[in-house]
Design a protein around this ligand. Structure first.
Ligand code: PEP
Ligand code: MG
Length: 573
């Protein structure tokens, strides 16, 4: 059987399915009858025993080099076997007549809250471990077996409804052959991370989890957007061949990663890096890029129970700035809301989160949060070449309000005699049509801008970037997108101020040449796209890019534009 999906991270895989379904405990308020108390205690003991056996098994399965992971598991075992908590859970069952699940959750929640308030960041981080252990015992109570993407015994193709950043962060990259999910489009965070890990990914496959059983063999063609279940031997052979050819081409392309980013006629292009952390693999991209065009700082806030402190943020920003020396590092302030949620902040549920209180709007309504980040950034700005950028800007009011907060933070630092960077550039993301259309006015208020084509497309076409049902309406090559980008580029060129594109179109093989043709000389992308972009640049002249840009704006539909670009660039791609 064949099914369609969105090939968001190119590649081919043939392998066995692992269905990944996240466990969410469901606990009802209830009290026990006297005769139910002893069975509840036994239920708790069995669940705790099950959790202990799982953790010991995981700990023993780490070989050499797994010391860090082993330490985490040992810490989890210590929490599980903690005598005081064990005693309190038993008392809650006996004394308060609570079912095992309620007693476990009550006691763990109490400790998680207490630890979450600790001054020491290391102690606070233990709250995340406690949450994990609590879920593990509750899962054992429910009789649901363990699922983790962090420890995979054999290579698998992961099938899921969706993946959270916490799932992808701990993913055993060497064992995941491909990812198939039900939700998510080319600009969802699962897609961005899959590309950065170079794992083939097919998203938006309707009912994907229901189509397959654990362990069955499937083919994922994340080039042409196809999932094949129950393949014939002939199909498997054909796809093994296609996979080998793809790998050969990818290896050829990789050779370009270290070259200077210049066009065939010698025009220098800034090829910058998109990052989400200061981790070693992310910073490796420093060797091949001319700066950081987008630092998605919200990832520092995700998957933890407490907000990162000013000091924690300062250390991370400093690390990135030090790594890049005098090359620009564009730090985007917290962009939360929409598809990005925080465990450490209880935000009200909204009916239309992408049109709601997200990103800069949220920062302006949570001044303390915003100011803490700005203090850390401004202080780190004494090192290197820092550019600060605000996401989700819709009007000049937004720009002025955000700049006002920066001014207040500068004032606070002055009063406290704390040094901070004096030459930091302040800019905006252009990702809402209302700001793109007044680029002539916006450019006067900022030092630079960066076009976020992922959101710009979502808001221009009114199609949710995650919803597979409307994926056909989310058209990055829509003529309106090209015309908007062309207009913004024209106004920034006139004003002589830097303009970057840091959305996924920047690293897209068909769209990138058009951006060049519009006069854009700064593009930012995930490391996985850098080699191919440099390869294309090396074969493209500015005149040819300008011709493409002119012609693409005359196309009538997104499909026309894609077809035109594919044929016009055939000799280069
Ligand atoms: C964008 O919207 O294009 C962008 C770069 O930001 P994000 O994908 O993080 O929303
Ligand atoms: Mg965005």
């Amino acid at each position: 059987m064949e099914y369609q999906g969105n090939p968001v991270s190119e590649g081919i895989a043939v392998g066995k399915v692992l269905r990944y379904e996240r466990f969410t405990p469901k606990i009802e308020e209830k009290t026990l009858r006297p005769e139910e108390v002893e069975p509840a205690v036994r239920h708790y003991e069995e669940a705790r025993g099950g959790a202990k056996a799982e953790l010991e098994h995981i700990r023993d399965s780490f070989g050499a080099g797994g010391e860090d992971k082993k330490k985490i598991i040992t810490a989890h075992l210590d929490i599980l076997m903690d005598v005081a908590m064990d005693e309190e859970i038993r008392q809650a069952i006996h004394g308060k007549m609570l079912p095992a699940e309620n007693a476990i959750q009550k006691v763990y929640s109490k400790y998680i809250r207490r630890i979450g308030k600790a001054k020491d960041a290391l102690i606070r981080e233990r709250a995340t471990d406690m949450k994990d252990v609590c879920t593990r015992i509750l899962r054992n109570c429910a009789g649901v077996r363990e699922q983790s993407l962090a420890v995979l015994p054999q290579p698998v193709i992961v099938f899921a409804d969706d993946l959270f950043p916490s799932d992808t962060a701990s993913l055993d990259r060497s064992k995941v052959l491909a990812i198939v999910t039900e939700v998510g489009g080319p600009t969802s965070h699962t897609a961005i991370i899959a590309r950065s890990y170079e794992i083939p990914a097919l998203l938006g496959v309707a009912d994907a989890l229901r189509l397959v059983a654990d362990g069955e063999r499937v083919i994922v063609d994340a080039v042409d957007g196809r999932l094949i279940t129950q393949p014939t031997e002939e199909q498997v052979r054909a796809y093994e061949k296609k996979r080998a050819e793809f790998a050969k081409k990818a290896a050829e392309t990789k050779k370009y990663i270290g070259i200077e980013p210049v066009t065939a006629d010698g025009e220098k292009i800034e090829v910058e890096l998109n990052i989400g952390s200061a981790s070693v693999p992310e910073l490796q991209g420093s060797k091949y890029t001319t700066g950081v065009g987008l630092f998605r700082t919200e990832f520092l806030y995700m998957g933890r129970d407490t907000l990162p402190t000013e000091e924690e943020q300062y250390d991370i920003y400093r690390k990135v700035l030090t790594e890049f020396g005098d090359r620009p590092v564009t730090l985007r302030t917290l962009d939360i809301g929409g598809d990005k949620k925080l465990d450490c902040m209880d935000l009200p549920k909204e009916d239309n989160p992408f049109l709601g209180n997200r990103a800069l709007r949220l920062c302006l309504s949570h001044r303390d949060l915003f100011k803490t980040q700005l203090r850390a950034a401004l202080r780190a700005g004494t090192i290197g070449n820092l550019w600060i950028m605000f996401p989700m800007v819709g009007s000049l009011d937004d720009i002025r309000n955000a700049k006002q907060v920066v001014q207040e933070v500068r004032g606070d630092l002055d009063r406290e005699h704390i040094p901070y960077g004096k030459n930091i550039k302040i800019g905006i993301m252009i990702e809402i049509p209302s700001i793109a259309m007044i680029a002539d006015l916006a450019v006067k208020e900022v030092d630079f801008a960066s076009i976020g084509t992922n959101d710009l497309c979502q808001y221009t076409t009114a199609a949710d970037r995650l919803n597979p049902t409307v994926a056909p309406y989310y058209q990055s090559y829509h003529p309106a997108m090209f015309r908007l980008i062309r207009y913004v580029a024209q106004e920034f060129k006139k004003a002589g101020k830097p303009l970057c594109v840091c959305g996924e179109m920047g690293g897209d093989k068909l769209a990138m040449p058009v951006l060049l043709g519009f006069g854009i000389r700064r593009i930012s992308m995930g490391l996985a796209s850098v080699a191919n972009v440099k390869r294309i640049l090396s074969r493209l002249t500015v005149a040819r890019a300008e011709e493409l840009a002119e012609n693409v704006c005359r196309q009538e539909t997104a499909a026309d534009a894609a077809a035109y670009l594919k044929s016009a660039l055939a000799d280069i791609l």
